[in-house]
Write a new protein. Structure first.
Lengths: 277, 164
């Protein structure tokens, strides 16, 4: 399948990219690694008039590990972020879950921010950002603003980004001391989009569970003061509140059951790992 | 700089250690550019949306899907295709020889993509476990072999084939 015709802008400065977004607005799409947008263009699910290529902007290739979180700028590839030795300690959930994102051949080009901006309901990175919390930085000619992770994902392939805004960087909040984490996913093949994915973070006060593939955006739930012996009942109740879609891959009942089972497994594993610290 | 749609624009990059130049519309996929403009047909076209891995090549040394890349984006980059593996006398590379010894292909459609994935990956993972090899191969669909012979070929290469 071939994409519809588009004008192509190879941005050489950030200003050039922002100018293009201001001028073309909703007719323009930003392309970085092209591993999320590329398939949509080839299948003509997206047909922007203008493609703004930011991958040449070397200033946007920054990674920062700080006390309050880990930051990846717009052009940081998934492979490069995963390759950082600090990741295991700074973001144990990402360290565990990132090998589930696509394949070696797509992580080499696909970016952290690109997957977030694409907001596929079955993609791992939106789930991970929503679960650990944090924020994204949006930049336009009008200025810069931070959007909290909880406010960023607004529906299937929909985010809080304006038509003239570029996702400049994503920041994953640092876990609380001695947290335990766990990640599980059911997919047709390792590296495919999840049918259901579950990510859990347990701390001293309770457990946060994120579920992907269930709704149009990641479903994040906090279980305050949860005890391991009550987890099964809590997850059974939680699954009943979910309203997943049926599609050719899996029907709603199967997805709800996966949410319960993978949710329970990750919650218990995260709690066990917290105690092990 | 804006490259207008519907028009052909010049793009230049390094292909298998040789400078190349050609013309492409903005929407032209790198797969089509390699096959139709350059005439190198070793890179195969399967699903054209990044799933099957048949078109896997190397961009700046890393394995990547040629079908998810537009030719104009390759300006100034280094691209390697399966044609780079055999030497000038068409002698197979050690990895290709290991594939041959172990009957790691049947129809061969997926093989170019698998070789280009492994050629890059084995440089950074010189002593992989069988499980790691299988995970890496999950990005390349093969519908003939069931993968057993491919995994065997890789482990053979890792053990001794490198120096063959």
């Amino acid at each position: 399948m071939k994409p519809a015709a588009f004008n192509y802008i190879r941005a050489e400065t950030l200003d050039e990219a922002l100018d293009a977004l201001a001028e073309y607005g909703e007719d323009a799409r930003v392309i970085a690694g092209g591993q999320s947008l590329g398939p949509m263009l080839n299948m003509r699910l997206a047909a922007p008039d203008v493609l703004v290529d930011i991958m040449g902007l070397k200033d946007l290739d920054r990674i920062e590990f700080a006390d309050d979180g880990a930051m990846a700028a717009a052009c940081v590839t998934q492979a490069r972020f995963m390759g950082r030795l600090e990741l295991r300690r700074a973001q144990p959930l990402l360290h565990e879950a990132m090998p589930w994102i696509g394949h070696v051949q797509t992580r080499s080009r696909g970016t952290i921010c690109g997957s977030l901006a694409n907001a596929d309901p079955a993609a791992e990175l939106p789930l991970l950002l929503a679960t650990v919390g944090g924020a994204v930085i949006a930049q336009s000619k009008r200025g810069q603003r931070a959007i909290a992770a909880a406010d960023f994902f607004q529906g299937m392939f929909e985010t809080a980004l304006g038509d003239d805004e570029l996702l400049l960087a994503a920041k994953f909040a640092a876990p609380k001391p001695s947290s335990g984490v766990a990640f599980r996913e059911m997919a047709e093949r390792h590296g495919d989009f999840a049918i259901v994915a579950a990510a859990a973070v347990a701390d001293a006060d309770g457990v946060t569970l994120g579920l992907g593939g269930i709704d149009a955006q990641p479903v994040v739930t906090r279980f305050d003061g949860l005890l391991a012996r009550d987890a099964k009942a809590a997850l059974t109740d939680h699954a009943k509140t979910l309203d997943p879609q049926s599609d050719p891959k899996a029907d709603a009942a199967y997805r709800r059951r996966l949410a319960r089972e993978l949710g329970l497994e990750t919650v218990l594993k995260a709690m066990e790992r917290r105690h092990a610290v | 700089m804006l490259y207008e749609k519907g028009r052909r624009h010049t793009v230049s990059f390094t292909l298998n250690d040789t400078p190349v130049s050609g013309e492409a519309e903005p929407r032209m996929l790198l797969t089509d550019f390699l096959r139709h403009e350059i005439g190198l047909t070793g890179t195969h076209v399967g699903c054209e949306h990044g799933v099957c891995g048949a078109c896997t090549i190397q961009i700046d040394g890393e394995p990547a899907r040629a079908c998810l890349t537009y030719a104009l984006r390759m300006e100034g980059r280094e691209v390697r295709t399966v044609e780079a593996l055999a030497d000038d006398d068409d002698a197979l590379s050690p990895l290709q020889q290991a594939f041959r010894r172990n009957h790691a292909l049947q129809c061969g459609f997926c093989t170019a993509g698998i070789l280009m994935t492994l050629d890059a990956w084995l440089k950074t993972h010189p002593n992989p476990t069988e499980q790691e090899v299988r995970e890496t191969l999950s990005g390349n669909l093969c519908r003939c072999t069931g993968y057993a012979a491919i995994v065997r070929a890789v482990m053979d290469f890792v053990r001794e084939g490198r120096h063959a």
